[in-house]
Design a binder for this molecule. Structure first.
Ligand code: GSH
Length: 208
């Protein structure tokens, strides 16, 4: 077995859902790490050096080697620290989880930016787009990934989709308040709502 990494540093910001995902994954797996808080208005030389392409957080630096982009980092974490696993073992199931993880980034995140940047009819349109896409995801995840019987999508333990969606929950609730929109409603998307709520209640998440 390859040696376990010795030094793990997460460059992050507490207002970023992407950083919460990575921080929560490290905590779920019990990985000892240092959290380096970045001021996004005044980025550190270290962040710019570690992520010269996007210049964004999160960046995970493992024994001096940087890894950028939250979805890439989450999968790296799952590859290196196996337990508890975030992805299923079966390749087809893994592919399905990755599909829905990609859906969050491609179909749910963009309308939240549009909601923040717009007002009036444009904001309403972005809200409708977000809700329609969340319903699509609810139905897809229920049909393809859900194992009834636990608080999370695949049962008792949170997996990759729980980590991603659960880490966005607080930010979505905040956006609902400041923008006067309704994004996450139990009667529309009960499975995703209850998984996000259960994830937000985990101790490791409250401290991430
Ligand atoms: N696709 C990136 C997005 C990361 C991202 O947007 N990070 C924001 C904080 S939420 C950031 O660093 N913003 C600073 C900037 O854009 O200058 C990921 O998944 O990691």
């Amino acid at each position: 077995m390859a040696d376990q990494p010795k030094e793990v540093k997460l460059y992050g910001n507490e207002f970023s859902g992407y950083c919460t995902m990575v921080h929560a994954a490290l905590k779920l797996k019990g990985v000892a790490h240092e959290y380096v808080k970045e001021d996004l208005q005044n980025k550190s030389e270290a962040l710019l050096r570690h992520n010269p392409v996007y210049k964004k957080v999160p960046v995970l630096v493992v024994d001096g080697e940087p890894i950028a982009e939250s979805l890439v980092i989450l999968q790296y974490i799952d590859d290196v620290w196996k337990n508890p696993p975030l992805l299923p073992e079966d390749p087809y199931q893994r592919a399905k989880v990755r599909f829905w993880a990609g859906f969050v980034y491609q179909k749910l995140v963009p309308p939240t930016y549009d909601i923040r940047r717009s007002e009036g009819d444009a904001r309403k349109k972005a809200e409708e787009e977000f809700v329609a896409n969340l319903i699509t995801m609810e139905n897809g995840v229920r049909e393809e990934l859900w194992s009834a019987g636990g608080s999370f999508i695949d049962g008792e333990k949170p997996g990759l989709i729980d980590v991603i969606m659960g880490s966005c929950y607080k930010g979505l609730k905040y956006l609902e308040d400041v923008a006067g929109v309704k994004l996450v409603e139990k009667d529309r998307t009960p499975l995703l709502c209850s998984c996000m709520e259960a994830f937000a209640q985990l101790d490791v998440v409250k401290t991430a």
